[in-house]
Design a protein around this ligand. Structure first.
Ligand SMILES: *[C@@H]1O[C@H](CO)[C@@H](O)[C@H](O)[C@H]1NC(C)=O
Ligand SMILES: *[C@@H]1O[C@H](CO)[C@@H](O)[C@H](O)[C@H]1NC(C)=O
Ligand SMILES: *[C@@H]1O[C@H](CO)[C@@H](O)[C@H](O)[C@H]1NC(C)=O
Ligand SMILES: *[C@@H]1O[C@H](CO)[C@@H](O)[C@H](O)[C@H]1NC(C)=O
Length: 483
């Protein structure tokens, strides 16, 4: 039996950070260094710190970034030592192996290469010149800065960010070394500081002498201390305690880094969607917090999303506004469990039912069409089994997205094909709206890919659009031969 293979693009999360209007620049000297397959490795090997943009000439977001990137390169070239910004045309055939080596999945992707290329990290900063400069200055400087005064402390600790501070009796020894390694490893995600004097820290107390690592965060218990200086243990502690008990998803951009962390976590994900402006918000919040505390460290993460910001998620899960307040749990194998019109008092019991295995998975489906008598048959999740697997026929199935231009072009052709096979009892030509129906994943190699810009593809398929764009870049399909 030849299995059919279906390639298609699905949803992506695209986080476009504040863009700014770019001015036309008639700069003669280019500060951004052009690299290609012939000189990339040599060039990178010679530098302690290089920033590389992988771009494609056709990509709109790359064009938007280009003048900002160039402006930043010009400013940073005056730094001492200068910070080098480079670019690679990843669309160029000869550069494609380079792009796959760096796992480039969308454009533009910017990477920071340290120590001759031996350490590679994602660029996670803004996309306008000033922001790029600030971010890269920080990235090219020391991973952790000494906190020597109250002023130093207040300048690095703010109400939106996580800061990890090492408190030491002296800046030497194995604990200090391990802290420095921690800071190097996680520097693209967190800010680090070190101090000899715990008194300088807010919420600090003079009796803390160290060595100790204190993580400040703008939520939950506000700070946590770690004393295990094993590097891996430190990394784990930082990663674990920097996720809020309940991640808030609304239009406030300062919550977005935590939303990204939520989706990157290996846990199952519980999401409660409701109207934050409604009078019941507080009741839900307090009940939900109790439940999430209860499940802390048990493989389940919690998010609370405002209906006003969650339309992308609703579309993805096939949720209707009138099902809200609603709680949905997505597990890492892509299964979903749904409790629509939930009340605050029902949350705890339902989550317990879920963890006890007493909740049936939910499948997103359009209604089964009543007639289905057009030449191209309509497949939805609920009749997928009957038409595609149990009909005993050869089925050519198109997975499409309503907004996809290539699909629109294909539609009349598929119609024509269907008409010409109408008299063949062994063949079904069909289509399924892949955005409105869950696809059985065991059989179809459903692949997410993209031609987007800065993209995050979520593990387990859970995606919330933060500021979203949809891209369907291409698809192909083959005949499924049964028997
Ligand atoms: C790398 O090679 C390309 C193509 O030959 C050239 O345009 C570019 O200037 C070279 N870059 C460096 C840093 O030598
Ligand atoms: C520092 O980290 C290493 C490896 O991660 C570990 O073996 C060592 O015990 C740590 N040192 C201290 C003092 O915890
Ligand atoms: C949320 O609740 C507020 C206040 O009751 C209401 O004005 C608003 O329309 C609601 N939003 C949605 C999307 O239902
Ligand atoms: C499909 O589901 C299996 C478990 O049922 C999971 O391990 C796998 O990652 C899923 N594949 C994709 C492409 O999501």
């Amino acid at each position: 039996m030849a299995l059919s293979k279906v390639w298609m693009s699905l949803f992506l999360i695209v986080i476009t950070l504040a863009g700014s209007i770019c001015e036309e620049e008639s700069e003669s000297k280019e500060f951004v260094v052009t690299l290609d397959h012939s000189n990339f490795t040599d060039f990178v090997a010679k530098h302690k710190f290089v920033v590389v943009e992988f771009y494609a000439p056709w990509c709109g977001h790359c064009k938007k970034l280009a003048p900002e990137y160039e402006k930043a390169a010009a400013i940073l070239s005056k730094d001492d030592p200068p910070v080098v910004l480079a670019k690679v045309d990843a669309n160029e055939e000869k550069n494609k192996p380079l792009a796959s080596e760096y796992e480039i999945q969308g454009f533009p992707t910017v990477k920071i290469l340290r120590y001759g290329g031996s350490v590679v990290q994602d660029y996670k900063g803004p996309r306008e010149a000033d922001g790029i400069v600030t971010y890269l200055k920080k990235q090219s400087g020391p991973a952790s800065n000494e906190i020597k005064s109250h002023e130093d402390a207040t300048s690095v600790i703010d109400d939106n960010k996580i800061l990890v501070v090492g408190i030491f009796p002296e800046f030497s020894g194995e604990q200090f070394e391990n802290f420095t390694t921690l800071a190097e490893r996680l520097r693209s995600d967190y800010e680090f500081g070190h101090t000899l004097d715990a008194k300088l820290l807010p919420r600090g107390d003079a009796s803390v002498a160290g060595p100790i690592v204190r993580l400040f965060k703008p939520f939950d218990e506000l700070f946590v201390d770690f004393k295990d200086f094993d590097v891996d243990a430190l990394v784990k502690s930082v990663e674990e305690t920097s996720i809020p008990t309940v991640t808030i998803f609304n239009k406030d951009p300062k919550n977005h880094p935590f939303v990204v962390k939520f989706f990157n976590s290996p846990n199952s994900k519980a999401m409660l969607f409701l109207n934050f402006s409604s009078e019941h918000h507080d009741a839900f919040r307090s009940k939900y917090h109790v439940v999430s505390e209860q499940f802390k460290g048990k493989g389940l993460s919690f998010l609370m999303g405002d209906i006003e910001a969650s339309q992308g998620a609703f579309q993805y899960f096939g949720i209707k506004d009138d099902q809200v307040p609603l709680i949905i749990i997505q597990t890492n194998d892509g299964k979903k469990y749904l409790k629509p019109n939930v009340e605050p008092d029902q949350i705890a019991a339902w989550v317990k039912d879920f963890t006890d295995g007493n909740v049936q998975p939910y499948k997103k489906s359009e209604p089964i069409p009543e007639a289905n008598d057009e030449p191209v048959k309509v497949v939805v999740a609920d009749n997928f089994q009957d038409i595609v697997f149990n009909s005993g026929k050869n089925v050519l199935l198109e997975f499409y997205a309503p907004w996809c231009g290539h699909c629109k072009k294909l539609a009349p052709i598929l119609d024509e094909v269907a008409v010409s096979f109408e008299s063949d009892p062994d063949v079904i030509i069909a289509k399924i709206d892949a955005t409105a129906n869950d696809i059985p994943n065991e059989t179809f190699d459903v692949k997410e890919s993209c031609c987007g810009c800065r993209t995050r593809i979520k593990k387990g398929g859970a995606v919330i659009m933060v500021e979203h764009h949809h891209y369907i870049c291409g698809m192909s399909f083959r005949e499924k031969k049964k028997g």
